[in-house]
Design a protein around this ligand. Structure first.
Ligand code: PLP
Length: 292
């Protein structure tokens, strides 16, 4: 049985009390997009991946805010957030027990077409138990830009979650070629950024540090949520410019993202890191609890 669910969203410019008439549930296993779609031709659009646990979509508002921010950076029309919120609620109701992923996609639409194309999908999530408990090995990869690139060249869209993820996927393949599970991008001038599909959190004693988001990286919703959780537990958190050589000095580190959640890092290049299983289990228990 195909357990995927898909919903196409029609443009709805006005505030409505009920958006039901602006969605069409489509057969998730059947073709639904026009061949003229700019999302498939050019990766021209933005997206979000939202974790779902037992039918509860996690951190919907931060994801919607980031969708709106990415749309603004790409000069797409402002998404109608009330409509997207309603679509996410329908998708979440169609998720089975356990972990799922809801994707929101907003593309520039069909070439020369009148409006963007928007759709939502829901599907069971993969099994990330091995990464969450056994940890992952990562390698640093030069992203090829210096730390001023995002500010100097905003058209690179470095802080937007765009559909153009071919480079990120290529970086993951390169990491695997080098015998690792994942990668951490660094700038040409030696500043730590993020992973191709996750944020990095480093632990130095009781201080948790993530690379400052102004360096052309995506502000992660999972990292944000974990920082508030860690602060509630009395830990110090900080956004900093992290030089590449500081990676080796971290006591522990994690790649964190909405669906894989917290994957502890056991090695960065040739440096081995300690895996604190109990602490990591606590982080993932928090991430699996209902969060708004
Ligand atoms: N950075 C990049 C480049 C990503 O693609 C992602 C998620 O896909 C993240 C960070 C983590 O974001 P989030 O925690 O909101 O899933």
């Amino acid at each position: 049985m195909d357990r995927r669910f898909a919903l196409m969203i029609e443009p709805a410019p006005e505030a409505l009390s009920d958006y039901a008439g602006t969605f069409a549930v489509v057969d998730a296993s059947a073709p639904a997009l026009s061949v003229g779609e700019l999302s498939t031709q050019r990766g021209d659009g933005v997206f979000e991946s939202i974790g779902v646990v037992d039918g509860h979509a996690q951190e919907v508002e931060p994801h919607l805010q980031r969708l709106a921010h990415s749309a603004q950076l790409c000069e797409l029309p402002d998404p109608n957030l009330a409509q997207w919120r309603a679509a996410v609620a329908i998708a979440a109701r169609n998720c089975p027990a356990g972990e799922s992923v809801i994707k929101l996609i907003l593309s520039r639409g069909v070439e020369k077409g009148p409006a963007p194309t928007a759709w939502v999908t829901a599907a069971p999530a993969g099994d990330f138990t091995a990464a969450r408990t056994g940890g992952i090995k990562v390698v640093t990869l030069d992203r090829g830009y210096d730390s001023g690139a995002a500010e100097r060249s905003p058209w690179l869209l470095l802080g937007a979650k765009t559909l153009s993820y071919a480079v990120n996927m290529a970086a993951l393949r390169e990491a695997r070629r080098r015998g690792a599970d994942d990668a951490i991008f660094v700038t040409t001038d030696g500043v730590v950024l993020e992973a191709p599909t996750a944020s990095l959190i480093l632990r130095f004693g009781d201080r948790f540090v993530t690379p400052a988001p102004h360096g052309g990286i995506l502000q992660g919703t999972t990292q944000l949520s974990l920082f508030s959780h860690l602060e509630e537990q009395g830990f110090e958190t900080a956004y900093e410019t992290v030089p590449t050589e500081d990676l080796a000095a971290a006591d522990q580190a994690w790649l964190v993202s909405s669906v894989r959640l917290a994957a502890p890092i056991t090695a960065i290049d040739d440096t081995r890191l300690t895996l604190d299983s109990a602490f990591t289990a606590g982080l993932n228990a928090y991430l699996l609890s209902p969060r708004d």
